[in-house]
Each structure stands twice: as structure tokens, then as C-alpha cells.
Design a protein around this ligand. Structure first.
Ligand code: FAD
Ligand code: DHB
Length: 389
């Protein structure tokens, strides 16, 4: 089996890359370790930046998003129950789209099948070979048969725990990491959201987020210590804690209902440099992780592959500049999103070491944000997503 670009992983990065390459007339094969149902049902991110929305439109996978997605022009910042609206649209001219990662993934998979883009689910024991040579290979087992995929390039889009980054020699990679001492306990429930926009709440008991997937499906999060277990959080305990943190004004508008998903996601900042080794390129969570505050993870995956697809398309037209610049170009944007996600996380969460002075500093910064157009503009500019170019 031979192709031009072997893509490891059918998450948002791998799938969007496949469609961008398809549009550019470049061949690819996607190898995914899990089965289709598993990939399509993973509940993760919910907010698409304008750049991501534009990329989905560019590849022609936008019909359902445009029909069912909810454009949002603003969100609220809550300080111990006191709310301020950040008017993204007025501050930046841009908005974001509420459309779940599960839906994006489903649409991209449907379109890949429709376009005959080879997508192999349940590819086992994927291994990368000769990545610094002109003829890299990927070996794997599929349907009980050992297979070899020869290619020009490998795109490692296989997430944080994937095989691609692990295939780069340790002395080539430099990694930067911060692990936070808390996670987000998330609940999905078929109840109307408590507000028509998102609410990011900083409370002395810890962070909370009111989000949604549609007008009838809510997504809520509360910050919990890393030692917490999901089994210890009954639905009732979750709703009680959420309401405390959202405060007296919002709590009465929270409709409670049975959770249809409940899980704890740990928070981490991570970057691996460079994002290229030989003919292997890393993209998305394979190269970097942001804490979810600010919803940058999925969007960064999308912009990485936009740069990568441009570079690969140029390569097949005889121009190497794009792939040579890929790592530096992607990392420049990644580090800015890392900074924003770290800053927003630090501002909104309760840290074990936050003493009374530290809490007052958070409140002072939130009060500054409430009163300063310049501060709001900086927050909004990062939240809607920095420009691609
Ligand atoms: P992934 O979505 O991880 O996709 C990688 C794919 O590669 C997977 O399908 C995986 O099965 C496959 N794979 C892995 N190893 C192999 C292998 N060896 N061989 C073949 N295939 C392989 N971001 C937000 O913005 N907001 C959120 O609320 C949010 N919540 C999250 C919750 C969780 C639990 C996690 C893990 C992430 C969350 N994120 C969130 C981050 C966001 O979901 C990711 O940034 C996004 O999924 C990155 O896309 P990706 O395609 O790079 O990686
Ligand atoms: C969601 C997740 C985020 O990390 C965020 O900042 C906003 C919304 C969500 O899952 O809906």
C-alpha cells in the first residue's frame, strides 16, 4: 500500500488534514486505532473559533454546523456570583460557534467516507519507520493482517498518548510541561442551558463553567482536586456545587436533570518542540496540550493542520518553503494560545497555594477586566482566536 501522506489518528486534526489535502489534490490514508463508534462518541470540546469555522467551510464540511451550530457574540465572566458580559463581537468584530467536537468529528468522518478518503479504523500496533528518510513507512495490523503503508510524509495527529511523538528520539525533542493540581468534572445533560451565552465563573470554592451543546443540551463543569473520583459525585452533589459557584443570580435558572455523561479531565500545559522530525510532522494534541479554560485545544489542532496542509500542497507544486517553515509557524501560534490558556486558568481557578492575598489579586484583576475596555479587548481577541496569518 502506498500513499503521499500517511495520517495517524482520526481526531479533529487528522480528519481535517485529510480533507484539506483532498481539496489540494494530495493523496492520504488515515489510520485510527479505535473503532468508529468510539471516535464519534468521545465528548470533548464545544467551542469553535472563527478560523476553525472558516476551515470547515473551506473543506465543504459545514452544512450541519451552519444549520445546528449556535453563533455566540459574547460570554460572561462571573466573580463570586457577580456577572460581566464580554462582548466579543463589539470588541473584535468576531464571534465563536457552539458546535460539539463529537459533531465536527461525525461530519468529517461522514464526508471522508463520501469522498472515498481511505480511513482505516481499528488499525492496531501502528509503528513508524525510516522517518528521516525519503521513504518513510508505517506498519500496522488491520483485520488480523500485517500491513505496510509506504509514503512521502507522516502526519502524527494521534493525540497526547499517541505513537508519533514517541517515535522521535528524546535528544531531538524539547518538552515543556505544567501539570495543574486540579481537573474539570464535566456533566452533559438534556436540559436547557441556564443562559443563552457561556458563563466562566471564578468563585472562592473554585472555578465553574456553564456551557451548552444546543438549546436543549447543557454542558457544565466544576473544578475539582486531582484526588477526586467521579463515583463520589452524584448528580445532586454536582448540581448543588455548580449552583453555589454560579451564584444567586444564575442558580435559579439552572435546570437540573440526569447526567448523560460525567467525567473528570485533568488539566495540563504541554509543548513539544520542534513539530517536525525528518518527514514526520506532529499536529494537534500530539504536539501540545492546553488546559481547557478558553477552549483552545481543538482550535489549535485545526490551525496546525491548516499550516501543514498548505506546506504539503506547496511541496507537491515544487516549493519546500511551507514544510520547512511548518514547525516554527505552528509553534508561534501555539505558544500564544498556551499563554492565554495558562493565564485564563490562573485567573479563574482556586490553587492549593492561593492564600487571601492571592485571591484578592484574582478579584482585582477580574475587577480591572470589568472596567477596562483595553483589558476586555485583549481577552476577547485571544478568546475568538488569533489570526491564522
Ligand atoms: P485527538 O482528538 O486526541 O485525536 C487523536 C486520535 O488519534 C484519536 O482518535 C486516537 O484514538 C488516535 N490514536 C491515538 N494513538 C494512536 C495510534 N497509536 N495509532 C492510531 N491512532 C491513534 N478542548 C477544548 O477546547 N475544550 C474541552 O472542553 C476539552 N475537553 C477535553 C476533554 C478530554 C478528556 C480531552 C482528552 C481533551 C479535551 N479537550 C478539550 C481538548 C480537545 O479535545 C483536543 O485538543 C482535540 O481533541 C485535539 O485533537 P487531535 O485530533 O489533535 O487529537
Ligand atoms: C467548553 C469547554 C471549554 O473548555 C470552554 O472553554 C468552553 C466550553 C465546552 O465543553 O462546552
Amino acid at each position: 500500500m502506498r500513499t503521499q501522506v500517511a495520517i495517524i489518528g482520526a481526531g479533529p486534526a487528522g480528519l481535517l488534514l485529510a480533507h484539506l489535502l483532498y481539496k489540494a489534490g494530495v493523496e492520504c490514508v488515515i489510520l485510527e486505532r479505535r473503532d468508529r463508534a468510539y471516535v464519534e462518541s468521545r465528548i470533548r470540546a464545544g467551542i469553535l473559533e472563527q478560523v476553525t469555522v472558516d476551515l470547515l467551510r473551506q473543506v465543504g464540511v459545514h452544512e450541519r454546523m451552519d444549520r445546528e451550530g449556535l453563533p455566540h457574540d459574547g460570554f460572561a465572566l462571573s466573580t463570586d456570583g457577580d456577572n460581566t458580559r464580554i462582548d466579543m463581537k463589539a470588541l473584535t468584530g468576531k464571534s465563536v460557534m457552539v458546535y460539539g467536537q463529537t459533531e465536527v468529528t461525525r461530519d468529517l468522518i461522514d464526508a471522508a467516507i463520501h469522498r472515498d478518503i481511505p480511513l482505516l479504523f481499528e488499525a492496531q500496533d501502528v509503528a513508524l519507520h525510516d522517518i528521516t528518510s525519503a521513504r518513510p513507512r508505517v506498519t500496522f495490523r488491520h483485520d488480523g493482517v500485517d500491513r505496510v503503508l509506504e509514503c512521502d510524509f507522516i502526519a502524527g495527529c494521534d493525540g497526547f498518548h499517541g505513537v508519533a511523538r514517541a517515535s522521535i528520539p528524546a535528544d531531538v525533542l524539547r518538552t515543556f510541561e505544567r501539570v495543574y493540581p486540579f481537573g474539570w468534572l464535566g456533566v452533559l445533560a438534556d436540559v436547557p442551558p441556564c443562559d443563552h451565552e457561556l458563563i466562566y465563573a471564578s468563585h472562592e470554592r473554585g472555578f465553574a463553567l456553564a456551557s451548552m451543546r444546543s438549546n436543549t443540551r447543557s454542558r457544565y463543569y466544576v473544578q475539582v482536586a486531582n484526588t477526586e473520583k467521579v463515583e463520589d459525585w452524584s448528580d445532586e452533589r454536582f448540581w448543588d456545587e455548580l449552583c453555589l459557584r454560579l451564584g444567586n443570580e444564575v442558580a435559579p435558572r439552572v435546570t437540573r436533570g440526569p447526567s448523560i455523561e460525567k467525567s473528570i479531565a485533568p488539566l495540563r500545559s504541554f509543548v513539544a518542540e520542534p513539530m517536525r522530525h525528518g518527514n514526520l510532522f506532529l499536529a494537534g494534541d500530539a504536539a501540545h496540550i492546553v488546559p481547557p479554560t478558553g477552549a483552545k485545544g481543538l482550535n489549535l489542532a485545526a490551525t496546525d493542520v491548516a499550516y501543514l496542509a498548505d506546506g504539503l500542497a506547496d511541496h507537491y507544486r515544487g516549493n519546500q518553503a511551507g514544510i520547512d517553515a511548518y514547525s516554527a509557524r505552528a509553534l508561534a501560534r501555539v505558544w500564544k494560545a498556551e499563554r492565554f490558556s495558562w493565564w485564563f486558568t490562573s485567573l479563574m481557578h482556586r490553587f492549593p497555594e492561593t492564600d487571601a492575598f492571592g485571591r484578592r489579586m484574582q478579584i482585582a484583576e477580574l475587577n480591572y477586566l470589568r472596567g477596562s475596555h483595553a483589558a476586555q479587548q485583549s481577552l476577547a481577541e485571544n478568546y475568538v482566536g488569533l489570526p491564522l496569518h
